[in-house]
Write a new protein. Structure first.
Length: 178
């Protein structure tokens, strides 16, 4: 039985925002990427990855809002993770933000006013402006780890990845961090 005061993280929303690029310059496109890892290989290859207007096979992780240019009102990209519904075979979920590199190399230093918010309901778990990873092209922003059968624990932290395109980032984002 799960104690009402110790339920762990159940359902979270991750949101990213940024200002549009100046007129006449290529659009900046940030993407939220979530990867699940099995109990048999919690630091191996992801079991599946959710990104670019997709949802997980079981519908527990889905991208609610997707922007390619930062011209949305408020939060430009929003992803929901229903951790309480994830199958027991998953031990970890790692979430990151990657910058599309299709218009040339871009790191967080070239993104205008980026912001990140992670919340459960109305409770803000973490906020960040990517200031600690300005030279990176992608960054992990959250890790959720299953403890026991039903309890998920949130591990905050921004970890940058340099010279990583979104496809490569999706493969390496769950590797152990130093």
């Amino acid at each position: 039985m799960v104690n009402g005061l110790n339920k762990g993280i159940r359902k979270v929303e991750l949101a990213v925002k940024w200002d549009p690029s100046p007129s006449g310059t290529p659009a900046t496109d940030l993407d939220i990427v979530a990867a699940t890892y099995s109990t048999s290989a919690p630091y191996g290859e992801p079991a599946y990855v959710v990104y670019f207007d997709r949802r997980s096979p079981d519908g527990t992780i889905f991208l609610n809002r997707d922007s390619t240019d930062g011209k949305g009102f408020g939060w430009d990209e929003v992803m929901t993770l229903e951790l309480y519904r994830l199958d027991q075979r998953y031990a970890r979920v790692v979430v990151g933000v990657a910058i599309q590199q299709s218009t040339g190399p871009k790191s967080f230093v070239s993104v205008l006013n980026p912001g990140l918010r992670i919340r459960e309901g109305y409770n803000v778990l973490a906020q960040d402006d990517f200031g600690s990873v300005l030279g990176s092209t992608a960054a992990t922003v959250a890790e959720f780890v299953r403890e026991g059968d039903d309890k998920w624990v949130f591990h905050p932290g921004i970890h940058g990845f340099d010279d990583t395109d979104p496809t490569t980032f999706a493969r390496v984002m769950g590797s152990p961090q130093d």
